[in-house]
Design a protein around this ligand. Structure first.
Ligand SMILES: Nc1ncnc2c1ncn2[C@@H]1O[C@H](COP(=O)(O)OP(=O)(O)OP(=O)(O)O)[C@@H](O)[C@H]1O
Ligand SMILES: [Mg+2]
Length: 254
């Protein structure tokens, strides 16, 4: 396998002037940043800022029109299959099948990730215990409450133990207690060495990240730890930081 030589193997994500144009419109405009192994990296921005577009490029699902990216050591422009094998991705729109049972979804995705049957079975048993999902195992995913689906979708996205997982608004629309439980799962994943790249519109969640980048109109306008960002913007909360930057946005809601 041709693996690109990395300058530093502690960098799980490297984006260099990454750009995506749709026609003449730059959805992602020349963004550069690096994410360290084991980090929880928050990717913030108003609706239409370009978060999903950037994340899809980093996940090997969309080819950049400019710039470069290395994820898990592989080139997102030329080694998309290797990128996909080494990452997990939880899309903004659900990736699980509503008309399949919980265990059937897990089996399906485990198979797609190339896991062996006995490994899938063993890990499924363990997962059902950890999530306290034993009585949901045979239920259709479509019948589960949103928070259950989100926890399951996240667990499935890291089932093959990827180096990094991309979570696109994983907690949208659920109550604070369920979101808190979801974040326990995120912390658990990072403690096992999985790097987390997460978008959110909830500013309390931004505070849980090691570092946060804030995107405005396709560009990264700020990037630092929540503590340093608050200092830099003379703000008492991440919400204030976000509001200050959001005022700069030219775009109307998409
Ligand atoms: N395939 C496409 N063709 C044309 N324009 C697109 C395409 N995908 C996204 N866009 C545009 O690019 C911009 C960024 O969209 P994107 O979905 O990346 O934003 P986002 O930050 O994820 O927003 P949200 O918070 O609403 O999910 C938007 O103006 C969107 O309409
Ligand atoms: Mg989006």
């Amino acid at each position: 396998m041709e693996k690109i030589i990395q300058h530093n193997s502690n960098k799980v994500i490297i984006a260099e002037n990454l750009t995506k144009k749709f026609g003449n419109f730059k959805a992602v405009d020349n963004i550069s940043f690096e994410v360290e192994r084991g980090e929880i990296f928050g990717f913030l921005g108003a609706n239409g800022a370009g978060k999903t577009t950037a994340m899809r490029m980093l996940s090997g699902l969309s080819i950049p029109t400019g710039g470069k990216g290395l994820v898990a050591g592989y080139d997102i422009g030329t080694q998309t299959e290797l990128v996909k094998k080494n990452i997990g991705y939880m899309s903004q729109k659900f990736s699980l099948y509503d008309d399949l049972k919980v265990w059937e979804n897990i089996e399906l995705f485990g198979g797609i990730y190339g896991m062996k049957d006995n490994e899938i079975k063993e890990k499924t048993d363990k997962l059902m215990q950890v999530l306290d999902f034993e009585s949901e195992r045979d239920k259709l995913v479509g019948s589960l409450p949103l928070g259950f689906k989100q926890k399951l979708a996240f667990s499935v996205s890291i089932f093959h133990n990827p180096q990094v997982v991309f979570l696109d608004e994983p907690t949208g629309g659920v109550d604070p207690i369920t979101r808190r439980q979801f974040w326990e799962l995120i912390y658990d994943a990072t403690s096992r060495g999985i790097t987390v790249f997460v978008t959110t519109h909830y500013m309390d969640e931004a505070e849980y990240c090691n570092r946060v980048s804030i995107m405005v109109d396709g560009k990264i306008e700020a990037l630092d730890s929540p503590k340093n960002l608050k200092k830099q913007f003379n703000a008492t909360s991440m919400d204030e930081v976000f509001q200050q930057l959001a005022r700069k946005a030219k775009r109307v809601d998409s």
